[in-house]
Design a protein around this ligand. Structure first.
Ligand SMILES: NC(=O)c1ccc[n+]([C@@H]2O[C@H](COP(=O)([O-])OP(=O)(O)OC[C@H]3O[C@@H](n4cnc5c(N)ncnc54)[C@H](O)[C@@H]3O)[C@@H](O)[C@H]2O)c1
Length: 381
């Protein structure tokens, strides 16, 4: 596993460049940075970049995603990690408290957990920080007047939107569909639910892999956009009845419910790429006594309906690109970009170039431009 961490670190070319600069400039000298994020090889590269910049990094993982080898590697390289892999929210909550007990100067938040807790028990030296996700932005936006410190939202950078949400999620969802099911995409009828940044990439990548793709969108403007992008936009029931592969990527709840299962074609494969496992109502399907099901540790659940039809659900409805055997998630390059935005944004908060008026706002344009320029220069060699 150390090989994979080293491979990821050496492939993060932007972060490596920033690390080398940070070793000289020491933007975080004497500061503590606290975080609670997925602890896996790509975040190792980010946390070690912050460490190279002089920070004492205190961290804990998220639920269900911490990789023991990443924890071990971080500890060996001077990062403090509280706890290990866990599915227990109470245990994780205790570790978040440990992170905040170190009174970090900067918080690298993921879902708003750290800033919300900070408000429950504020301390003097917090300068501000970053938030990685949309869900965290929604949570923290209502707390601006209480936080009153710079908090830059990485998800709202256009670079994150197109590099990760559109291109990388699209690629990794197709990769995961094929890795888990080992079925071809060629000539298959695929329906994508949701045409936000992620849905656009999923639809595009299935089409690029020779599938026949339709889009179901509740927003009429985005539905029109999907049509202009060359996808068919059938009515929902029509799409459900004809699809051989269905991907949900909306962020909404119960997008596919038990009422819909009656419409689906025999042998249809369903997968979710939205953040939470709430888009395909698998529990509802399996609660039906007339349905028998079989789950494998290969990431495929097959439900046999009373009329003999079989439906296959990948990854039990969890994010499919982190499910099944040997999940790798989004590409290293897309994360290198997103984490370079993180490193530069934390640097900006640390050196005071963004003030309290920048509370829960997108990454400043100057940082987007700098990161974009560096990536293009590196990529052109
Ligand atoms: N798998 C990954 O690696 C990954 C990475 C980034 C984001 N995400 C997640 O993917 C989801 C979508 O992200 P996004 O940035 O595209 O969001 P978005 O808000 O830009 O787009 C979601 C779209 O879904 C549509 N929608 C909502 N309910 C619908 C329904 N019932 N039927 C059809 N369409 C519906 C909305 O109108 C919207 O256009 C979120 O949960 C996000 O957290 C996953």
């Amino acid at each position: 596993m150390t090989f994979r961490i080293e491979w990821v670190r050496s492939s993060c070319r932007m972060l490596n460049q920033i690390s080398a600069e940070f070793e000289r400039t020491q933007p975080f000298a004497g500061m503590t940075i606290g975080t609670g994020i997925h602890l896996e090889p790509k975040t190792v590269a980010l946390l070690l970049t912050l460490h190279a910049g002089g920070a004492h990094v205190v961290s804990t993982g998220n639920l269900n995603s911490t990789q023991p080898s990443a924890v071990e590697y971080l500890r060996e390289h001077g990062v403090t990690v509280f706890g290990g892999p866990t599915r227990d929210p109470v245990e994780r909550s205790g570790h978040l408290d440990e992170v905040l007990a170190a009174e970090p100067h900067l918080l690298l938040d993921n879902g708003g957990d750290l800033f919300v807790r900070y408000l429950e028990s504020p301390y003097e030296r917090l300068l501000g920080g970053t938030e990685e996700t949309t869900s965290g932005r929604m949570r923290l936006a209502g707390l601006r007047s209480e936080i009153a410190k710079p908090v830059l939202v990485i998800n709202d950078s256009p670079i994150k939107q197109f590099a990760e949400n559109k291109h990388s999620v699209g690629q990794s969802v197709v990769e995961s569909f094929m890795r888990i099911s080992n079925r071809a995409t060629n000539g298959r009828r695929v329906t994508v639910f949701g045409y936000g940044a992620c849905g656009k990439g999923v639809a595009l990548n299935f089409r690029n892999n020779h599938a026949i793709v339709s889009v179901v969108e509740i927003d009429p403007v985005k539905r029109l956009e999907a049509m202009f992008d060359g996808f068919s936009v059938p009515d929902r029931d029509e799409a459900l009845a004809s699809a051989q592969i269905i991907i949900t990527v909306t962020g909404a709840q119960r997008v596919i419910t038990s009422a819909d299962f009656a419409l689906l074609a025999d042998d249809a494969v369903l997968a979710n790429a939205g953040h939470f496992p709430i888009e395909i109502d698998l529990a509802d399907l399996l609660a039906d006594r007339s349905v028998t099901s079989h789950s494998s540790d290969e990431g495929i659940t097959t439900a046999r309906l009373a009329d003999g039809r079989k439906l296959h659900i990948l990854g039990e409805g969890h994010m499919v690109n982190l499910a099944g055997p040997r999940p790798l998630g989004n590409s290293i390059e897309s994360m290198d970009l997103g984490f370079s935005l993180q490193a530069r944004s934390l640097e900006a908060v640390a050196n005071g170039s963004v003030g309290r008026e920048s509370c829960v706002v997108p990454v400043p344009r100057a940082i987007d431009e700098e990161v974009a320029r560096s990536y293009v220069e590196l990529a052109r060699g």
